[in-house]
Design a protein around this ligand. Structure first.
Ligand code: PEP
Ligand code: MN
Length: 346
Protein backbone atom coordinates (compact mmCIF):
# COMPACT_ATOMS: atom_id res chain seq x y z
CA UNK A 1 0.00 0.00 0.00
CA UNK A 2 1.23 3.49 -0.82
CA UNK A 3 0.23 6.78 0.74
CA UNK A 4 0.54 9.57 -1.80
CA UNK A 5 0.89 12.97 -0.14
CA UNK A 6 -0.38 16.19 -1.71
CA UNK A 7 2.29 18.20 -3.59
CA UNK A 8 2.28 20.90 -0.90
CA UNK A 9 2.10 18.59 2.14
CA UNK A 10 4.12 19.79 5.15
CA UNK A 11 6.91 17.66 6.60
CA UNK A 12 4.92 17.45 9.88
CA UNK A 13 1.99 15.94 7.98
CA UNK A 14 4.33 13.33 6.47
CA UNK A 15 5.69 12.64 9.94
CA UNK A 16 2.20 12.20 11.36
CA UNK A 17 1.35 9.64 8.67
CA UNK A 18 4.60 7.76 9.35
CA UNK A 19 3.84 7.74 13.11
CA UNK A 20 0.35 6.38 12.51
CA UNK A 21 1.73 3.59 10.30
CA UNK A 22 4.34 2.64 12.91
CA UNK A 23 1.82 2.72 15.75
CA UNK A 24 -0.13 0.07 13.86
CA UNK A 25 2.97 -2.15 13.85
CA UNK A 26 3.70 -1.60 10.15
CA UNK A 27 6.82 -0.24 8.47
CA UNK A 28 6.94 3.04 6.55
CA UNK A 29 9.35 3.79 3.70
CA UNK A 30 9.38 7.47 2.82
CA UNK A 31 10.35 8.52 -0.69
CA UNK A 32 10.72 12.25 -1.25
CA UNK A 33 10.17 12.98 -4.93
CA UNK A 34 10.58 16.23 -6.82
CA UNK A 35 6.83 16.84 -6.83
CA UNK A 36 5.49 14.91 -3.89
CA UNK A 37 6.33 12.54 -1.10
CA UNK A 38 5.03 8.99 -1.14
CA UNK A 39 5.10 6.59 1.79
CA UNK A 40 5.26 2.85 1.25
CA UNK A 41 3.43 0.82 3.89
CA UNK A 42 4.97 -2.58 4.48
CA UNK A 43 3.60 -5.39 6.64
CA UNK A 44 0.55 -7.47 7.38
CA UNK A 45 -2.16 -7.09 4.71
CA UNK A 46 -5.12 -7.15 7.12
CA UNK A 47 -3.67 -4.41 9.31
CA UNK A 48 -3.03 -2.31 6.21
CA UNK A 49 -6.64 -2.70 5.10
CA UNK A 50 -7.86 -1.59 8.57
CA UNK A 51 -5.58 1.43 8.52
CA UNK A 52 -6.43 2.53 5.01
CA UNK A 53 -9.51 4.67 5.75
CA UNK A 54 -7.77 6.37 8.66
CA UNK A 55 -4.76 7.32 6.56
CA UNK A 56 -6.98 8.62 3.78
CA UNK A 57 -8.59 11.02 6.24
CA UNK A 58 -5.31 12.49 7.46
CA UNK A 59 -4.14 16.03 6.66
CA UNK A 60 -1.92 16.33 3.60
CA UNK A 61 -2.86 12.92 2.21
CA UNK A 62 -4.03 12.88 -1.41
CA UNK A 63 -4.82 9.18 -1.78
CA UNK A 64 -3.96 5.72 -0.56
CA UNK A 65 -3.39 3.17 -3.30
CA UNK A 66 -2.97 -0.56 -3.17
CA UNK A 67 0.06 -1.84 -5.08
CA UNK A 68 -1.12 -4.78 -7.13
CA UNK A 69 2.31 -6.23 -7.93
CA UNK A 70 4.03 -8.34 -5.28
CA UNK A 71 7.03 -6.01 -5.38
CA UNK A 72 6.42 -2.59 -3.86
CA UNK A 73 9.45 -0.45 -3.03
CA UNK A 74 11.13 -1.13 -6.38
CA UNK A 75 8.00 -0.30 -8.38
CA UNK A 76 7.42 2.83 -10.42
CA UNK A 77 4.08 3.17 -8.66
CA UNK A 78 5.90 3.73 -5.40
CA UNK A 79 8.50 6.02 -6.95
CA UNK A 80 7.85 7.45 -10.41
CA UNK A 81 11.26 9.18 -10.69
CA UNK A 82 14.37 7.24 -11.66
CA UNK A 83 16.66 6.28 -8.80
CA UNK A 84 20.21 7.50 -9.27
CA UNK A 85 22.79 5.15 -7.81
CA UNK A 86 26.11 6.87 -7.16
CA UNK A 87 29.30 4.83 -6.87
CA UNK A 88 32.40 6.88 -6.09
CA UNK A 89 31.05 9.80 -8.11
CA UNK A 90 29.80 7.65 -11.03
CA UNK A 91 26.04 7.95 -11.52
CA UNK A 92 23.81 5.15 -12.81
CA UNK A 93 20.27 5.89 -13.96
CA UNK A 94 18.31 9.10 -14.17
CA UNK A 95 20.90 10.69 -16.44
CA UNK A 96 21.63 10.47 -20.13
CA UNK A 97 24.92 8.75 -19.37
CA UNK A 98 25.53 5.19 -20.49
CA UNK A 99 27.99 4.04 -17.84
CA UNK A 100 30.39 1.27 -18.76
CA UNK A 101 31.99 -0.99 -16.15
CA UNK A 102 34.81 -3.11 -17.54
CA UNK A 103 37.63 -5.38 -16.45
CA UNK A 104 38.59 -9.02 -16.28
CA UNK A 105 36.39 -11.87 -15.19
CA UNK A 106 38.85 -12.67 -12.37
CA UNK A 107 41.64 -10.75 -10.71
CA UNK A 108 44.69 -12.92 -11.48
CA UNK A 109 47.79 -10.86 -10.70
CA UNK A 110 48.93 -7.31 -10.01
CA UNK A 111 50.22 -6.89 -13.59
CA UNK A 112 46.99 -8.24 -15.07
CA UNK A 113 44.55 -6.09 -13.08
CA UNK A 114 46.64 -2.92 -13.45
CA UNK A 115 46.99 -3.44 -17.20
CA UNK A 116 43.25 -4.12 -17.50
CA UNK A 117 42.33 -1.08 -15.37
CA UNK A 118 44.55 1.26 -17.39
CA UNK A 119 43.29 -0.07 -20.71
CA UNK A 120 39.59 0.16 -19.86
CA UNK A 121 40.03 3.62 -18.41
CA UNK A 122 41.81 4.83 -21.56
CA UNK A 123 38.90 3.53 -23.63
CA UNK A 124 36.32 5.39 -21.52
CA UNK A 125 35.14 2.88 -18.91
CA UNK A 126 33.99 4.57 -15.69
CA UNK A 127 34.31 1.65 -13.28
CA UNK A 128 36.52 -1.39 -12.90
CA UNK A 129 35.23 -4.94 -12.42
CA UNK A 130 37.13 -8.10 -11.44
CA UNK A 131 36.24 -11.15 -9.39
CA UNK A 132 38.20 -12.03 -6.25
CA UNK A 133 35.70 -14.71 -5.15
CA UNK A 134 34.52 -16.63 -8.21
CA UNK A 135 31.35 -18.72 -8.44
CA UNK A 136 32.69 -21.54 -10.66
CA UNK A 137 30.59 -24.36 -12.02
CA UNK A 138 33.33 -26.84 -11.11
CA UNK A 139 34.97 -26.97 -7.66
CA UNK A 140 38.27 -27.78 -9.42
CA UNK A 141 38.35 -24.54 -11.46
CA UNK A 142 40.22 -21.42 -10.31
CA UNK A 143 38.23 -19.97 -7.39
CA UNK A 144 39.77 -16.49 -7.25
CA UNK A 145 42.59 -14.81 -5.29
CA UNK A 146 40.19 -13.94 -2.45
CA UNK A 147 41.43 -11.18 -0.12
CA UNK A 148 44.63 -10.73 -2.13
CA UNK A 149 42.40 -10.09 -5.16
CA UNK A 150 40.52 -7.42 -3.21
CA UNK A 151 43.79 -5.74 -2.26
CA UNK A 152 44.86 -5.71 -5.90
CA UNK A 153 41.53 -4.18 -6.92
CA UNK A 154 42.03 -1.42 -4.36
CA UNK A 155 45.51 -0.85 -5.78
CA UNK A 156 44.08 -0.61 -9.31
CA UNK A 157 41.55 1.94 -8.04
CA UNK A 158 44.41 3.97 -6.53
CA UNK A 159 46.29 3.84 -9.82
CA UNK A 160 43.40 4.81 -12.08
CA UNK A 161 40.75 6.48 -9.93
CA UNK A 162 38.14 4.00 -11.18
CA UNK A 163 35.68 2.79 -8.49
CA UNK A 164 35.56 -1.01 -8.26
CA UNK A 165 32.81 -3.62 -8.17
CA UNK A 166 33.39 -7.23 -7.15
CA UNK A 167 31.29 -10.23 -6.14
CA UNK A 168 30.52 -11.63 -2.69
CA UNK A 169 28.92 -15.07 -2.42
CA UNK A 170 28.32 -15.29 1.33
CA UNK A 171 28.26 -13.27 4.54
CA UNK A 172 31.94 -13.76 5.37
CA UNK A 173 33.00 -12.62 1.91
CA UNK A 174 30.55 -9.74 2.09
CA UNK A 175 32.29 -8.26 5.13
CA UNK A 176 35.64 -8.41 3.36
CA UNK A 177 34.32 -7.16 0.03
CA UNK A 178 32.63 -4.22 1.75
CA UNK A 179 35.99 -3.17 3.22
CA UNK A 180 37.64 -2.90 -0.19
CA UNK A 181 35.01 -2.41 -2.92
CA UNK A 182 32.87 0.58 -3.88
CA UNK A 183 30.00 -1.64 -5.03
CA UNK A 184 29.08 -5.22 -4.16
CA UNK A 185 28.09 -7.62 -6.93
CA UNK A 186 25.51 -10.30 -6.19
CA UNK A 187 26.01 -12.84 -8.94
CA UNK A 188 23.39 -14.59 -11.03
CA UNK A 189 23.70 -17.81 -9.04
CA UNK A 190 22.93 -15.97 -5.80
CA UNK A 191 20.05 -13.82 -7.02
CA UNK A 192 17.65 -15.84 -4.93
CA UNK A 193 19.89 -16.32 -1.90
CA UNK A 194 17.50 -14.47 0.35
CA UNK A 195 19.67 -14.36 3.45
CA UNK A 196 22.51 -12.84 1.39
CA UNK A 197 20.07 -10.34 -0.14
CA UNK A 198 18.96 -9.31 3.34
CA UNK A 199 22.61 -8.96 4.38
CA UNK A 200 23.44 -6.60 1.50
CA UNK A 201 20.22 -4.79 2.28
CA UNK A 202 21.66 -3.89 5.67
CA UNK A 203 24.92 -2.71 4.11
CA UNK A 204 25.37 0.96 3.26
CA UNK A 205 27.00 0.21 -0.12
CA UNK A 206 25.66 0.21 -3.68
CA UNK A 207 24.74 -3.23 -4.99
CA UNK A 208 24.94 -4.68 -8.50
CA UNK A 209 22.27 -7.38 -8.64
CA UNK A 210 22.54 -9.78 -11.58
CA UNK A 211 19.48 -11.58 -12.89
CA UNK A 212 19.51 -15.34 -12.31
CA UNK A 213 19.79 -17.46 -15.48
CA UNK A 214 16.34 -18.91 -14.89
CA UNK A 215 14.71 -16.06 -13.00
CA UNK A 216 11.63 -14.32 -14.33
CA UNK A 217 11.48 -10.53 -14.41
CA UNK A 218 9.13 -10.62 -11.43
CA UNK A 219 11.52 -12.82 -9.43
CA UNK A 220 14.35 -10.42 -10.29
CA UNK A 221 12.34 -7.46 -9.01
CA UNK A 222 11.44 -9.37 -5.85
CA UNK A 223 15.12 -10.11 -5.26
CA UNK A 224 15.78 -6.35 -5.43
CA UNK A 225 12.78 -5.82 -3.13
CA UNK A 226 14.57 -7.88 -0.44
CA UNK A 227 17.50 -5.44 -0.55
CA UNK A 228 15.32 -2.32 -0.51
CA UNK A 229 13.09 -3.69 2.24
CA UNK A 230 16.16 -3.83 4.52
CA UNK A 231 16.85 -0.17 3.85
CA UNK A 232 19.40 -0.19 1.03
CA UNK A 233 17.96 1.63 -1.98
CA UNK A 234 21.22 1.76 -3.92
CA UNK A 235 20.59 -1.15 -6.29
CA UNK A 236 21.51 -1.45 -9.98
CA UNK A 237 19.90 -4.36 -11.86
CA UNK A 238 21.88 -6.28 -14.48
CA UNK A 239 20.44 -8.39 -17.29
CA UNK A 240 23.07 -11.05 -18.09
CA UNK A 241 21.22 -13.65 -20.14
CA UNK A 242 18.88 -16.47 -19.27
CA UNK A 243 18.95 -20.17 -20.09
CA UNK A 244 17.93 -20.71 -23.71
CA UNK A 245 17.74 -23.90 -25.76
CA UNK A 246 20.49 -23.18 -28.27
CA UNK A 247 24.17 -23.59 -27.44
CA UNK A 248 25.72 -21.25 -30.00
CA UNK A 249 25.67 -18.55 -27.36
CA UNK A 250 26.26 -19.28 -23.67
CA UNK A 251 23.00 -17.69 -22.49
CA UNK A 252 20.17 -15.85 -24.19
CA UNK A 253 20.51 -12.11 -23.59
CA UNK A 254 16.95 -11.02 -22.81
CA UNK A 255 17.05 -7.64 -24.56
CA UNK A 256 13.29 -7.29 -24.09
CA UNK A 257 13.72 -7.41 -20.32
CA UNK A 258 15.55 -4.06 -20.47
CA UNK A 259 12.57 -1.88 -21.53
CA UNK A 260 10.23 -3.99 -19.38
CA UNK A 261 12.37 -3.44 -16.28
CA UNK A 262 12.76 0.25 -17.10
CA UNK A 263 8.98 0.54 -17.14
CA UNK A 264 8.28 -1.49 -14.00
CA UNK A 265 11.02 -0.16 -11.74
CA UNK A 266 12.75 3.11 -10.97
CA UNK A 267 16.07 1.30 -10.40
CA UNK A 268 18.86 1.66 -13.00
CA UNK A 269 19.19 -1.26 -15.42
CA UNK A 270 22.45 -2.27 -17.06
CA UNK A 271 23.38 -5.26 -19.23
CA UNK A 272 26.28 -7.71 -19.33
CA UNK A 273 26.90 -8.73 -22.97
CA UNK A 274 29.90 -10.96 -22.12
CA UNK A 275 28.33 -13.89 -20.25
CA UNK A 276 25.42 -14.40 -22.69
CA UNK A 277 27.82 -14.17 -25.67
CA UNK A 278 30.26 -16.75 -24.34
CA UNK A 279 32.56 -15.91 -27.28
CA UNK A 280 34.23 -12.56 -27.78
CA UNK A 281 33.09 -12.18 -31.41
CA UNK A 282 29.46 -11.85 -30.28
CA UNK A 283 30.05 -9.40 -27.43
CA UNK A 284 29.98 -6.10 -29.40
CA UNK A 285 26.65 -6.90 -31.10
CA UNK A 286 25.00 -7.73 -27.77
CA UNK A 287 26.47 -4.59 -26.18
CA UNK A 288 25.08 -2.45 -29.00
CA UNK A 289 21.68 -4.13 -28.73
CA UNK A 290 21.49 -3.54 -24.98
CA UNK A 291 22.32 0.16 -25.28
CA UNK A 292 19.87 0.54 -28.17
CA UNK A 293 17.21 -1.08 -25.96
CA UNK A 294 17.71 1.57 -23.28
CA UNK A 295 20.23 0.09 -20.84
CA UNK A 296 21.71 2.64 -18.43
CA UNK A 297 25.10 0.99 -18.71
CA UNK A 298 27.13 -2.10 -19.51
CA UNK A 299 29.30 -4.60 -17.63
CA UNK A 300 31.95 -5.91 -20.04
CA UNK A 301 34.73 -8.44 -19.48
CA UNK A 302 38.11 -7.22 -20.76
CA UNK A 303 41.46 -8.96 -20.26
CA UNK A 304 44.90 -7.77 -21.38
CA UNK A 305 45.67 -11.31 -22.62
CA UNK A 306 42.43 -13.34 -22.83
CA UNK A 307 44.26 -16.45 -24.05
CA UNK A 308 45.97 -16.63 -20.63
CA UNK A 309 42.82 -15.94 -18.59
CA UNK A 310 42.06 -18.28 -15.67
CA UNK A 311 38.29 -17.94 -16.22
CA UNK A 312 35.99 -17.02 -19.11
CA UNK A 313 38.90 -16.50 -21.55
CA UNK A 314 36.80 -17.09 -24.66
CA UNK A 315 34.44 -14.20 -23.97
CA UNK A 316 36.86 -11.57 -22.70
CA UNK A 317 37.68 -8.73 -25.09
CA UNK A 318 41.21 -7.60 -25.84
CA UNK A 319 41.80 -3.93 -24.97
CA UNK A 320 41.71 -2.81 -28.62
CA UNK A 321 38.42 -4.67 -29.19
CA UNK A 322 36.96 -3.01 -26.13
CA UNK A 323 38.07 0.43 -27.36
CA UNK A 324 36.23 -0.20 -30.64
CA UNK A 325 33.13 -1.37 -28.78
CA UNK A 326 33.17 1.85 -26.76
CA UNK A 327 33.14 3.93 -29.95
CA UNK A 328 30.17 1.98 -31.29
CA UNK A 329 28.28 2.22 -28.03
CA UNK A 330 29.01 5.94 -27.96
CA UNK A 331 27.57 6.35 -31.46
CA UNK A 332 24.36 4.57 -30.45
CA UNK A 333 24.10 6.58 -27.24
CA UNK A 334 24.36 9.75 -29.34
CA UNK A 335 21.55 8.68 -31.67
CA UNK A 336 19.38 8.12 -28.61
CA UNK A 337 20.17 11.56 -27.23
CA UNK A 338 22.31 10.20 -24.40
CA UNK A 339 24.92 12.76 -25.24
CA UNK A 340 26.76 12.95 -21.97
CA UNK A 341 28.24 9.53 -22.58
CA UNK A 342 31.77 9.75 -21.25
CA UNK A 343 33.41 7.85 -24.07
CA UNK A 344 36.23 9.96 -25.50
CA UNK A 345 35.71 10.70 -29.18
CA UNK A 346 38.89 10.08 -31.19
C1 PEP B 1 30.76 -12.41 -13.47
O1 PEP B 1 30.30 -11.27 -13.61
O2 PEP B 1 31.97 -12.69 -13.62
C2 PEP B 1 29.83 -13.52 -13.18
C3 PEP B 1 30.24 -14.60 -12.53
O3 PEP B 1 28.61 -13.30 -13.67
P1 PEP B 1 27.22 -14.09 -13.44
O4 PEP B 1 26.97 -14.09 -11.98
O5 PEP B 1 26.24 -13.27 -14.23
O6 PEP B 1 27.41 -15.47 -14.02
MN1 MN C 1 33.00 -14.14 -15.97
Amino acid sequence: MIVVMRPNAHPEQVEAVVDRIREAGLRAHVSVGELRTVIGVIGDDRTKEQLRGMLEAMEGVEKVVKVLQPYKLVSREFQPEDTVVTVGGVRFGGTEDVVVIAGPCSVESREQILAAARAVKAAGARMLRGGAFKPRTSPYSFQGLEEEGLRLLAEAREATGLPVVTEAMDQRQLELVAQYADMVQIGARNMQNYTLLRDVGRLRKPVLLKRGPSATIEETLLAAEYILSEGNGQVVLCERGIRGFDNHTRYLLDVGAIPVLKQLTHLPVIADPSHPAGKRTYVPALARAAVAAGADGLLVEVHPEPERALSDGAQQLRPEEFARLMQEVNAIARVLGRLRSAVPVP
